[in-house]
Design a protein around this ligand. Structure first.
Ligand code: GLN
Length: 477
């Protein structure tokens, strides 16, 4: 078995044909993941016992002639902001470096019930704040495609393990682009589902009105399979949607001929680069498949970054207030008073980006500023959402770049947080609107760096998005 090229259907076929057992596959996956990790630092820790338990369950079901589940024997990695019972969950922060959660996230529970084997937890930006994975308290991740470059962020580890071939699929989280952008930088598929499509129960909160869990994989089909397993209403997350989850496998067989594809003028205006050329080529490919490109406008795009950084910092400052040293976190040893304990704990255990966002968020929520900033940003968010709803009156899907540039060098943008924020321009709008969006590999630059094409569709139309992505993948591979 060659794990870097394995897919979910291939694993299923081989297990049922008894070519190897889930336990054999699991052992090999763990060994290769551990051996490969020093080069990328993509895993923060491994979970051999838990993975082997899952493998034994799968083998027992197969031996008994029962259906072992849609993810049977699939090596999965999980971003370390998603809680796992009895398995350390750090959010790549010193604050939670010894936190062992007492329960599993719903997505984790569902993927294990479907036969998935969690082999480890992946590195990310601290509390998912960042675009390069350089904000991890445990060192950056290196992009397996080019080791001197970042894998993107914040789910850099989850993208890197799939690109490197040490996991077949993985889970990440996306608040403003943290699944799509690393997927684009590492040359893999990554999906941000509709807000509410996947339960956030057990996803450590960064900005609750924007946080999503979603899959990474090497093929569109594998992401669709994982998404279907984790999607759907969950009583434990009141924002999880009742909308039925369709059979994506069926949707992906359907033709894309006649689909209207919106190309947002605002996104393509300043994109004279190799990235722009690759996206233009992808659009030509879609045309050859019978899709009809239509120029559209998303007029409030310019306000997206400002809006996002007000809303996400406000929500982050509120969510991160729970890390006070009193409960399950790191606690400063240098404090004689309660107030010093709070202050010193936060000072010692949060990294610079978390502190920056807590301060910004506290400011925009403070008395007198709430209306000027937070409420105003919520109104602009509604306008941005409305831009998409208007566009979807004319088109079935929107195609766009994911990032203005491919993976950059480690250290290149760290000294300028604003520059880093601006790089999220194409992903943040979809997150603010809460619509499904994904990144599909669309070729490499002359330097061999992957570039992803973004596809966005109407709320809850993951099926349409996957149909287009699969048709494109089929035509280009
Ligand atoms: N890069 C964006 C940020 O730093 C998005 C992060 C995310 O989606 N979690 O907020």
């Amino acid at each position: 078995m060659h794990i870097p090229t394995l897919t979910i259907p291939e694993i299923r076929r081989a297990l049922l044909a008894k070519e190897y057992s889930a336990q054999e596959l699991c052992q090999q996956a763990l060994a290769e993941a551990e051996a490969g990790n020093p080069s990328t630092n993509a895993y923060l820790h491994f979970s051999p016992e838990r993975a082997m338990d899952a493998a034994r369950r799968v083998d027992a079901l197969i031996a008994a002639g029962a259906d072992p589940g849609p993810l049977a024997g699939v090596p999965v990695a999980v971003k370390d902001v998603i809680v796992t019972k009895g398995l350390r969950t750090t959010c790549a922060s010193r604050m939670l470096q010894n936190f062992v959660p007492p329960y599993d996230a719903t997505a984790v529970e569902r993927l294990e019930a479907a036969g998935g084997m969690i082999i480890g937890k992946t590195n990310c930006d601290e509390f998912a704040m960042g675009s390069s994975n350089e904000n991890s308290a445990f060192g950056p991740v290196r992009n397996p495609v080019a080791l001197d470059r970042v894998p993107g962020g914040s789910s850099g580890g989850s993208a890197a393990v799939v690109a490197q071939g040490t996991a077949v699929v993985s889970l990440g989280s996306d608040t403003g682009g943290s699944i799509r952008q690393p997927a684009s930088f590492c040359g893999v598929v990554g999906i941000t589902p509709t807000y509410g499509r996947v339960s956030r129960y057990g996803l450590v909160a960064f900005a609750s009105s924007l946080d999503h869990i979603g899959p990474f994989s090497r093929t569109v089909e594998d992401s669709a399979t994982l998404l279907r397993v984790i999607a759907g209403r969950d009583e434990r997350d009141a924002t999880s949607a009742l909308a039925p989850v369709s059979d994506y496998a069926v949707a992906m067989q359907q033709d894309v001929r006649g689909m209207k594809i919106g190309l947002p003028r605002e996104y393509f205006a300043g994109l004279a680069s190799e990235t722009g050329d690759l996206i233009a080529k992808a659009v030509d490919q879609l045309k050859a498949l019978g899709c009809q490109p239509v120029e559209i406008s998303l007029p409030h795009t310019d306000y997206a970054i400002g809006t996002y950084y007000i809303i996400c910092t406000a929500e982050a400052s509120s969510n991160l207030a729970r890390y006070d040293g009193a409960r399950y976190t790191y606690r400063s040893a240098n404090a004689d008073t309660l107030e010093d304990m709070y202050g010193n704990t936060r000072d010692e255990a949060f990294g610079a980006e978390c502190k920056r966002r807590i301060m910004l968020g506290t400011y925009v929520l403070s008395a007198g500023y709430y209306d000027a900033y937070y409420r105003k940003a919520q109104k602009v968010r509604t306008l941005i959402t409305q831009d998409f709803l208007n566009a979807f009156q004319q088109v079935d899907a929107i195609v766009a770049p994911v990032s203005p540039f491919p993976a950059f060098k480690l250290g290149e943008k760290m000294s300028d947080p604003l520059q880093m924020y601006l790089s999220d321009i194409y992903t943040i709008t979809g997150s603010l609107a809460g619509i499904p969006c994904m990144s599909v590999p669309a070729g490499n630059t002359s330097q061999g760096l992957p570039v992803g094409m973004q596809i966005l569709t109407r709320h809850f139309d993951e099926a349409g998005m996957l149909r287009l992505a699969r048709a494109y993948e089929r035509a280009t591979s």
